[in-house]
Design a protein around this ligand. Structure first.
Ligand code: KIV
Length: 258
């Protein structure tokens, strides 16, 4: 049975929600066969697949391209597409059109938007228009230049209060779940308890209602920086290099084709 936004919401309190990113049909198919609940076509596609240093250069056209590839795998898992940098902060009609294109043209079943309580009025207009929204609080990678780098959130009392307010405001306007990135584990746990919708953590400890990881990080296929909270379940990067090296030697030595 296909997983809907309602399924995700109802999993809260039943069992941990399993989410992962994917950017193409092949990886989406593997993740789906493994039984993940939610596949996020994150704008992390920019850093993991497209060679950018941050997610900021990722455009709507890129998100449409990669979301369509994931949707073509026809996963049972819920397919969620990220709204790229700046699109959420401009004209509402443009944002609504971006959401509609991601759902109608590319096959996303929900969209994700970075931002806390300040985004709540915009998100309310989207949910009222029938767009299912996954919220994203804590570390917001699209604000990389404003933040001056990546760091943990919720360590001060003021940030703790702000994060809780953000999450409650986003629940209030109809988000079906909230992603919480790089938030202090105890604070994330308190937010999860305060919400009726699921809180899905990344780098936010074990007390969330589910976890999400970037596929390239967990598969060991990340050429750059790997966050310390990541558990690598494979070292595919090393295996891929070894396979290419063996092929190179075989061709050079006349062993392939035999
Ligand atoms: O773009 C992305 O992959 C994300 C996850 C880190 C949650 O936003």
């Amino acid at each position: 049975m296909r997983i809907s936004t309602q399924t995700i919401s109802l999993l809260k309190g039943e069992r941990a929600i399993v989410a992962v990113t994917a950017y193409d049909a092949i990886v989406a198919r593997y993740a789906d066969q493994a039984g993940v609940d939610l596949i996020l076509v994150g704008d992390s596609v920019g850093t993991t697949q497209l060679g950018f240093e941050t997610t900021i250069p990722v455009t709507l056209e890129m998100m449409l391209h990669h979301t369509a590839a994931v949707a073509r795998a026809q996963p049972k898992a819920l397919v969620v597409a990220d709204i790229p940098f700046a699109v959420a902060h401009g004209d509402f009609a443009e944002l609504l059109s971006a959401c509609c294109r991601l759902m109608q043209e590319a096959g996303a079943e929900a969209i994700k938007i970075e931002g806390g309580a300040a985004m709540a009025p915009t998100i309310e207009r989207l949910t009222r228009a029938g767009i299912p929204v996954l919220a994203h609080i804590g570390l917001l990678p699209q604000q990389f230049h404003q933040l001056g780098g990546y760091r943990k959130f919720g360590r001060s009392e003021a940030e703790k209060v702000m994060l809780l307010d953000d999450a409650l405001a986003l629940e209030q306007v109809g988000c079906f779940a909230v992603i919480c990135e790089m938030v202090d584990g105890a604070v994330a746990g308190a937010i999860a308890q305060a919400l009726t919708v699921p809180l899905i953590g990344i780098g936010s400890g074990p007390h969330c209602d589910g976890q999400i990881l970037v596929a390239n990080d967990l598969l060991g296929m990340n050429a750059g920086y790997v966050p310390s909270f990541v558990k690598q379940y494979a070292q595919l990067g090393e295996q891929v290099t070894a396979a290419f090296a063996e092929y190179t030697q075989d061709v050079k030595n006349g062993k392939f084709p035999s």
